[in-house]
Design a binder for this molecule. Structure first.
Ligand SMILES: Cc1ncc(COP(=O)(O)O)c(C=O)c1O
Length: 415
């Protein structure tokens, strides 16, 4: 029977909050303040001072880059194996993405490669906690301190994971979370920045709301009436976009934050089921979590070795489907292999990469730039972890185990 949506993902409590918003009818400087309440609840759960809600988890990182003082022509180090958003926000700021290679076992950005890519123009690093696994933050922060760089954690896929017992998102200068539909908690689309730094929090909020001079890190997105009512009043003292989260999104985000532990725990249980199903298979190898790294499993990802398995990536997937397996994904293309990078016309012109504003070495986005990522990307398999019923997840783990056993048996037979 075809399933209708994802019942239970958002509880009926969200309807209570949505009703408050709808019944109030919206106001410029008043209302039920669901977005504000979401910000406070999220910051409290993360144990930080500031939470600044945004319309999505790309806008968040654009605001962070601006708050860190990244300007057109500066360089920002990013991994190539991630959603395009990690790199697009750099381009949105007119800055230059510089790709660092990844670790072959954790699939996360490799601090050694970061070091090699630093130049006098480098201003920031965006480590991604890929698929729910923390990046090597101690090493990254050490490099950042040595070179005076801002660190913006892209934690879109990583919620309540811990790194050496510390919550991911509290380790860099700022962290960005996404509440897009596939994420651990969602309001359809949404995002939030967290930080403990008052100056950065104020800069992030101002950038996300037209640079109104009245805004601070802790205030909501509204402008006080007294600041709008007088014809002589001045409003904007810095550049900003409109990246606000609406109170409708805030209502659902608030409900999700109230259930954050339950929602994350479910994904972690499902990740553990898949991990058990894979066992010590030598040709289907899960993302490696070093000691002290806890994966919150936005998705369960493995490296598939075709030759060793004696079966192609596509045939493995076909077999998994035939045994009742659910749809699964391959990895994104490496960002620099996408046509936008090959054509280099980023903002309709050659800005920022090939403009005179950029004084660095011409970036070449071509094969060989990040060899580890290039070898790994075609091998990855992303198994879904967003089941709301543990029984359904158990069936999927069983189908995966059975697929492995059958492929293994066929390989032995033919060798
Ligand atoms: C690693 C990563 N960063 C950033 C984003 C962008 O988030 P959003 O879709 O909320 O803009 C995503 C996915 O959506 C992501 O997976």
């Amino acid at each position: 029977m075809e399933k209708k949506g994802h019942p239970g993902r958002v509880s009926s409590k969200a309807l209570t909050y949505l009703k408050e918003v709808v019944e109030y009818g919206f106001g410029n400087s008043s209302g039920p303040g669901c977005t504000n309440r979401f910000e406070k609840a999220f910051a409290k759960r993360m144990g930080v001072t500031y939470g600044i809600a945004h319309s999505n988890g790309t806008a968040t990182m654009h605001s962070c880059l601006a708050a860190a003082g990244v300007k057109p022509g500066d360089e920002v180090i990013v991994p190539p194996l991630t959603a395009a958003a990690t790199t697009y926000c750099v381009l949105h700021q007119g800055a230059i993405p510089v790709f660092a290679d990844i670790d072959p076992r954790t699939f996360n950005i490799d601090p050694k490669s970061i070091k090699e890519r630093i130049t006098p123009l480098t201003k920031a690093i965006i480590p991604v906690h890929l698929y729910g696994l923390p990046a090597d933050m101690d090493e990254i922060m050490k490099i950042a301190r040595e070179h005076n760089l801002a660190v913006i954690e892209d934690s879109a896929e990583c919620l309540l994971s811990t790194y050496k017992s510390k919550l991911v998102g509290t380790l860099g200068h700022m962290a960005s979370f996404s509440l897009q539909a596939s994420k651990h908690i969602t309001c359809g689309d949404g995002g939030i920045v967290i930080t403990n730094d008052e100056k950065l929090a104020t800069a992030v909020r101002k950038f996300s709301c037209f640079g109104y001079h009245t805004l601070t890190g802790s205030s909501g997105g509204v402008i006080a009436k007294k600041d709008r009512g007088d014809p002589t009043s001045l409003r904007h003292d810095s550049m900003g976009w409109n990246y606000r989260m609406s109170d409708l999104q805030g209502a659902v985000a608030l409900e999700q934050t109230e259930r954050i532990d339950e929602l994350v725990e479910m994904r972690m249980k499902i990740g553990a089921l898949f991990r058990e199903a894979v066992g010590d298979c030598s040709w289907l190898v899960p993302q490696y979590a070093p000691p002290g790294y806890i994966n919150s499993y936005w998705t369960f990802v493995c490296r598939f070795e075709e030759k060793e398995a004696g079966c192609s990536w596509q045939d493995f997937r076909k077999k998994f489907y035939s045994l009742g397996g659910d749809f699964f994904y391959g990895a994104w293309q490496l960002t620099y292999n996408e046509p936008i990078f090959q054509n280099r016309q980023f903002l309709g012109v050659f800005f920022p990469i090939d403009s005179d504003l950029y004084k660095g070495k011409k970036q070449e986005y071509k094969p060989g730039l990040c060899p580890v990522a290039e070898r790994l990307q075609p091998k990855l398999m992303h198994f879904k972890t967003n089941y709301l019923d543990l029984e359904e997840a158990r069936e999927q783990a069983k189908a995966l185990r059975e697929t492995i056993l059958q492929v293994e048996a066929e390989r032995k037979k033919s060798s």
